[in-house]
Design a protein around this ligand. Sequence first.
Ligand code: ZN
Length: 339
Amino acid sequence: MEVAYDAGVRVPGAELWLDPYGVKPFAFVSHAHSDHLRAHGVVFASEATAALARERLGKRARSRYTTLAFGCEARLGDVGLEGPGQDWRVKLLPAGHILGSAMLRVEGDRGSLLYTGDFKLREGRAAERCRPERADVLVMETTFGLPRYAMPPSAEVEERIVTFCRDALEESEVPVLFAYSLGKAQEIMALLGTAGLPLMLHEAVASMARVYENCGMRLPPWRQCDGGKLDGHVVICPPGSEGAPAPEGVVKTRTAAVTGWAMDPGAVYRYGCDAVFPLTDHADYPDLLRMVELVGPKKVFTVHGFAVEFASDLRARGVEAWALGRENQLEMREIVAGL
Ligand SMILES: [Zn+2]
């Protein structure tokens, strides 16, 4: 099985698009982060992704959603694909990135393919555990595809986050954590709930938390920011809300960004926060290598982030690997042509 790239990954031999950027008649959508949400004719996704996508797109969503439970097999024709490829078998496997994030395994006459979408191998607090399976071809995300992105143990980072919040509260300041409203924010909620810290959520975070709860994910008690006093709470906001006027009654805030990019030198200055914590929803570099081991593919294609660098690392390790993407296709042709 091969893949093609044209503003999105496509499996040739069928109109099977994987997280395409443009609107398509049929598309597999791996998870509900907004860079993946489009009004495709048919959106094939996990049940939780469909629920989150409906919430995020609201009335704009004219798509027909087809879903499959994790681990169940179907034929592509059963989930809405028309034309060639209808008989290919498909299965969704949890990707561990955020709630509902799925990897797609597809198998036809020409072999099998696993597409990871965004994933993490580390066990999260508010996402299903990643469960890869073997395949002939692996298409994987490589956001953190450089050796310098080896994250510290998450238990250690989590402890630092809890200490940061406790210290601020003890000194009568309001700890404010900036994190993606979908996924990262709920991970942090679960962490701080276990530590017994009271939570106040920005409305964007609150609306995603409601969908998590409707999907059966247990989260700790929380309140939505309503302009009232925040004292005594940890506030969770999406990135970009740093410049928002402080709600009334806030004496002083202590801010932190929670992101894998905290590994970059100078991140604390770039984010303009008091602290940065490298907790990520993506696989770090060692886990990217581990994913290749677990899937045992004959060939790997990389997308996103340091795709070119990671593919080249894999080739140096004896694995056939190529980066997908417009400029990367050129690199592939040059390497193949021996230029
Ligand atoms: Zn994502």
